[in-house]
Design a protein around this ligand. Sequence first.
Ligand SMILES: Nc1nc2c(c(=O)[nH]1)N[C@H]1C(S)=C(S)[C@@H](COP(=O)(O)OP(=O)(O)OC[C@H]3O[C@@H](n4cnc5c(N)ncnc54)[C@H](O)[C@@H]3O)O[C@H]1N2
Ligand code: MOO
Length: 401
Amino acid sequence: MIDVDEALSLFAEHIDPLESERLAVTHALGRVSATEARAKIALPPFAQSAMDGYAVRAEDLAEASDKEPVELRQVGEVAAGDTGRLPRVNKGTTVRVFTGGRIPPGADAVVRQELVTADKSRISFEAPVREGKDLREVGEALAKDTVLVEPGERLDERHIAALAMCGHAEIDVIRQPAITLLVSGDEVISPGIELRPGEIYDANTPLLSSWLGMRRYRNIEIVQLEDDRRTVEKALRKALDQSDLVVSTGGVSVGDYDFFTDAADTLGLETIFWKVRQRPGKPLLFAKGEQTIFLGIPGNPGAVFISAYVYLRRVLDLLEGTSEPGPAMHRGVLAGPVGRSAKRVSWTGANIRYGEDGKVHLEPISGHRLSQVYRADAIVRVPAREGEMEEGDVVEWLAIK
Ligand SMILES: Nc1nc2c(c(=O)[nH]1)N[C@H]1C(S)=C(S)[C@@H](COP(=O)(O)OP(=O)(O)OC[C@H]3O[C@@H](n4cnc5c(N)ncnc54)[C@H](O)[C@@H]3O)O[C@H]1N2
Ligand code: MOO
């Protein structure tokens, strides 16, 4: 039996990232970048107007006032997206411009249209304008070659937008793991069928497949198994052959019908650990084949829920080469007492309240069953120690989302 932190670091020691593949940036959402990507262009890439108005030479308007307005002659127009030859702003002239359009040569400021009186091509200005007013310089928002994405970053909508607007059509990302879920248990049946005494409805298949689906993992095969030594062995062998990651639920404890630890041995896997000082999820198994990672999670759906957020998160992050493998832990204060074990970490569900003190307050939910923790916003890590934890004690927590 090992500690939670040791378990987490053993994953890091034993799991290498998969190889990379090239994808269209628009298809890379949720994937982990395999490279550094820099801005191919500056933003904005050309000097552009920040307003609908008139491009001018600031010096022409130096004497303008409401009593003695300065009149300039409009000699052209530039709209956003105009790519042709630009009219020039010479002394005494102005060019009509629109937001996002190029600044014509000669101009050094823009006057917004509300501030002028226009009579056909005679535009009259009643105030001076500061040089540079209402125009955007090249590279003002972002310099060319700015790093947009580091290797090991998981791409969200911000990265996708930044890459696209800086000229990247494609990006190298780590391949997604092929995953097989082995859901075991003779007692487990699917909803829609009436329960007989001794049977329960399957929580782990919908739980894990949805958890993975929410995180955009697509290459998933689900196999439901009976508690039979040969069946488990055969299914595990096949899963190991065809996947990068095998995740099982149930059948990993010490009962006469718990076959996963034996099957892993028989199939020549290296057991890295079995059993972690924690509640729930004590008989967690981590084993390793030549090409495949095997994570055996105890069947209790509350343990599956927490193991997904803590351990599956870490395994996937490592397989995908993220630079900061999860779970991301935060700090907060307990909003009520919580029981703990002297020997095991207790993963406890909690609801988040934001206190007037600006801190995150965690209201613990008692019980480790899925039906108890499934309304939680957070999972609190209650360290192993004698006695209760009190309201106000600082704890580590991870977000459920
Ligand atoms: N003598 C001992 N017995 C047990 C120990 C122990 O140390 N000594 N550990 C207990 C702990 S802690 C856990 S956790 C469980 C884990 O057992 P398994 O991984 O073998 O899981 P199962 O027995 O297959 O299932 C546990 C529980 O969860 C229910 N279950 C299983 N699959 C599903 C599913 N897909 N959907 C809904 N519910 C499911 C199952 O019916 C059991 O009630 O072992 C303890 N025993
Ligand atoms: O360690 Mo087990 O998940 O029942 O509590």
